[in-house]
Design a protein. Structure first.
Length: 304
């Protein structure tokens, strides 16, 4: 039997299925548009030059600013070598002395490292003190007391300098007798130049200085006589030099004269040697002549 199927009316499911078929391409179009916009954005970012980036431009500007600042003029203190070049001897000595007083270990290092002062250097310093003393004397006629108090400070400075420098050139600190004698010769000349005061209360400065320098002569002479039979004393004519100093001082170098007489008398054939200085052809020591009162008598030359 033939069944005749009548056509079925369209159902909702069919309409929905047809709608989905017609609308299905739209998500693909939206996806393509999104990809296109993303590609355009990526292209825009890639097209931007790295040098035109705001962050990089700010860094470059900072570098240029630093470079400009480094070329600017600004005040700064002198370096140590340049600062030392501006100091004179007095200022440099003051700075060094201040540092050594604050840090004693530095002072000890300076003493160890500094060269030994020569006789010429020491006498030059003493002469500077001597010049200051002379410059302090008032012009014209002045009383002895006024003059003394006017020059007392530079006078004491010179005397103190003599007292400080002299031990440096005495044995055992100074091993060379010739160096010691050279210093004492120059120092004694400076002592001669010290003023003579009318008041006995003021004269003790020079008297004490003569006494100290005389003891220094005696010490050096005693040590020199032990080396090479006193060859330095004989060869240098130090007995004559000391005799002249004693004469200029008014006989105030008694300790030095006694030491020279004792040592040269023993070395040169004095009383204790068994050789008489009155033998023919023997003039004897200049100090023996002084003791005998015939210093300066003519010396016989040739046969008698």
């Amino acid at each position: 039997m033939n069944v005749l199927l009548s056509p079925q009316p369209p159902t909702a499911f069919a309409h929905q299925h047809d709608f989905n078929r017609r609308s299905s391409p739209r998500p693909m179009a939206s996806y393509s548009a999104n990809r296109k916009r993303k590609a355009e954005d990526d292209g825009d970012e890639m097209s931007v030059s790295p040098t035109s980036s705001p962050a990089i431009q700010s860094r470059q500007l900072a570098r240029q600013t630093k470079k400009l600042r480094s070329n600017e003029i600004a005040g700064r203190p002198l370096s140590l070598p340049r600062l030392l070049e501006t100091l004179d001897v007095t200022q440099l000595r003051t700075v060094l002395q201040t540092i050594c007083e604050r840090q004693p270990e530095i002072g000890e290092e300076v003493v160890k490292s500094a060269p030994r002062p020569t006789v010429e250097c020491a006498l030059r310093v003493l002469k500077e003190y001597q010049d200051k003393l002379r410059e302090a004397f008032p012009y014209g006629e002045s009383s002895s007391d006024y003059t003394y108090y006017r020059v007392r400070q530079p006078l004491m400075a010179l005397i103190d300098a003599l007292a400080d420098f002299t031990p440096q050139y005495l044995p055992p600190t100074e091993p060379s007798a010739n160096v010691s004698l050279q210093y004492l010769d120059g120092a004694t000349k400076i002592v001669h130049s010290l003023p003579e005061w009318e008041s006995q209360s003021h004269r003790h400065h020079k008297e004490n200085t003569y006494d100290e320098i005389s003891k220094a002569w005696a010490l050096v002479i005693n040590e020199a006589s032990k080396k090479g039979a006193g060859f330095v004393l004989h060869s240098g004519g130090w007995d004559q030099i000391l005799a002249k100093h004693n004469q200029q001082s008014g006989g105030r170098l008694g300790a030095a004269i006694a030491s020279m007489s004792a040592n040269l008398g023993w070395v040169g054939g004095g009383q204790g040697s068994g050789v008489s200085n009155n033998m023919p052809g023997s003039q004897g020591s200049i100090l023996d002549q002084l003791m005998a009162g015939n210093y300066g008598s003519p010396v016989r030359v040739g046969p008698r």
